[in-house]
Design a protein around this ligand. Structure first.
Ligand code: ADP
Ligand code: ASP
Ligand code: MG
Length: 402
């Protein structure tokens, strides 16, 4: 069997944890399996790198940021390889260049395009444990890129797909995927299983336990994915196409506090305006979420939407640059908002789920400023100060608590 094991930052945060993770991999190796390990930077090291860059300049060039980021993952893989050597097991660490992890050229948010597996295969054939840097890639200019924060999960799944691994295990600091972030909702419950689609929505809507692209990729290539704890042997959560146990209306609640709202006020009420507006943002790779357009009055209307914190400045600058062509009178920005979502495949066949969520928020006296829905999710935009209380209340209202 070939198994890919990924350990996140907290799971390799110090010497003891590195050895614990090393032993877990060695156990698998000694059963005769091939083991590929993907690591994140130790602890909060990536955040520290961000702070170091900010100390030098407010606007570090994205290329240089990626150059800096790659140090973190490189440190963990080298130390892990040393730990395995110390334990008497042959291991080799490889960075994105050595493997050749080809990505698109966008610094800071690149997508994996192709992974050369030859070097890894050769190392596995000589019975080594192969330890690969997560999060990083190489673009067509031979520059380092990174896959976006939390991107090591995606490296692991992509490697599992490329190597046709029999299993891909994501080891982290919680026991699996919960009905909500256990740090915010103390009553959250661990799920035995979750569908790829539900997990994809949860991850995209703020459940940081998995990088959303890792879920997208796992679904696309049918990678058997498990999320489990690096601290204990409990079973974890299995991702599946269709779940069989625990059929619930809602599988989880997610909160995204990084959302900001931009209102474009007084655009001309004529065809093509929405296209022009969102095209300007799309050209800069700015993702837009919930969109709301007001009814026209006196030939003008307003268009509001949400963007992620990191994109706000650029979005505003781009819109202002094109103010005349986009015909708006002014922009309004609201930063103290949060997106609260419920996700569940059970919603599809059950009307009234959205109403139940709105009723719960009404009982909590929480005002909703925007709403978006799909077949398996409902998202509302609310004030950030209400967010945690609302999240716990909604979690309770759907009977998800332990
Ligand atoms: P790692 O460093 O292992 O990648 P992350 O911090 O990226 O770990 O992800 C694990 C964290 O995700 C948990 O500590 C938890 O606070 C958070 N989290 C958010 N939503 C969920 C959820 N639905 N289930 C489990 N954990 C969640
Ligand atoms: N070290 C990177 C980060 O902190 C990647 C990861 O942990 O997945 O975002
Ligand atoms: Mg993570």
């Amino acid at each position: 069997m070939l198994i890919v094991k990924k350990f996140g930052g907290t799971s390799v945060a110090d010497k003891e944890k590195i050895f614990r993770a090393a032993n877990r991999c060695i156990e698998e190796y000694q059963k005769g399996n091939d083991v590929v390990v993907v690591l994140s930077a130790m602890g909060k090291f990536t955040d520290e790198l961000v702070a170091m860059a900010r100390d030098i300049t407010d606007k570090p060039p994205k290329r240089e940021m990626d150059m800096l980021f790659t140090v973190g993952e490189q440190m963990s893989v080298a130390l892990m390889a040393m730990a395995m050597h110390k334990l008497g097991v042959p291991a080799v660490s490889l960075n994105a260049f050595q493997v050749a992890m080809h990505t698109t050229s966008t610094y800071g948010n690149a997508r994996l395009k192709r992974i050369d597996t030859e070097r890894i295969r050769n190392e596995l054939d000589s019975r080594k444990i192969v330890i690969v840097t997560g999060f990083q890639g190489v673009n067509k200019y031979d520059d380092y890129t990174t896959l976006g924060r939390g991107g090591s999960d995606t490296t692991a799944v992509a490697l599992a797909a490329a190597l046709r691994a029999d299993a891909c295990e994501i080891y982290t600091d919680v026991d699996g995927v919960y009905t909500a972030d256990p740090r915010l909702v103390p009553k959250a419950r661990k799920l035995k299983e979750i569908t790829y689609d539900e997990m994809l929505d949860l991850a995209t809507l703020g459940a940081g336990v998995l990088h959303n692209r890792s879920v997208e990729m796992a679904k696309k290539y049918g990678v058997p994915l498990v999320v489990r704890s690096s601290m204990n042997d409990s079973e974890g959560t299995v991702l599946k196409e269709v779940t069989t146990v625990e059929r619930m209306l809602i599988s989880g609640v997610a909160l995204d506090r990084d959302a900001d709202r931009i209102a474009v006020i007084g655009v001309k009420d004529e065809p093509g305006i929405a296209f022009k507006l969102f095209d300007v943002l799309a050209k800069k790779n700015i993702n837009v979420d919930i969109i709301l357009q007001s009814i026209g009055r006196e030939g003008t209307k307003d268009i509001s939407f949400t963007v992620q914190d990191g994109d706000l400045e650029e979005a505003v600058a781009e819109l202002e640059k094109h103010q005349e062509r986009l015909t708006f009178q002014k922009l309004q920005v609201e930063k103290r908002v949060a997106k609260l979502s419920i996700v569940g495949a059970g919603m599809m066949s059950n009307p009234g789920v959205a109403a139940k969520m709105f009723e719960c928020l009404y009982n909590q006296n929480v005002n909703i400023s925007m709403i978006a829905t799909s077949e398996i999710r409902v998202t509302v935009l609310i004030q950030e100060k209400d967010a945690e209380r609302a999240m716990n209340a909604v979690h309770d209202a759907f009977g998800l608590a332990d």
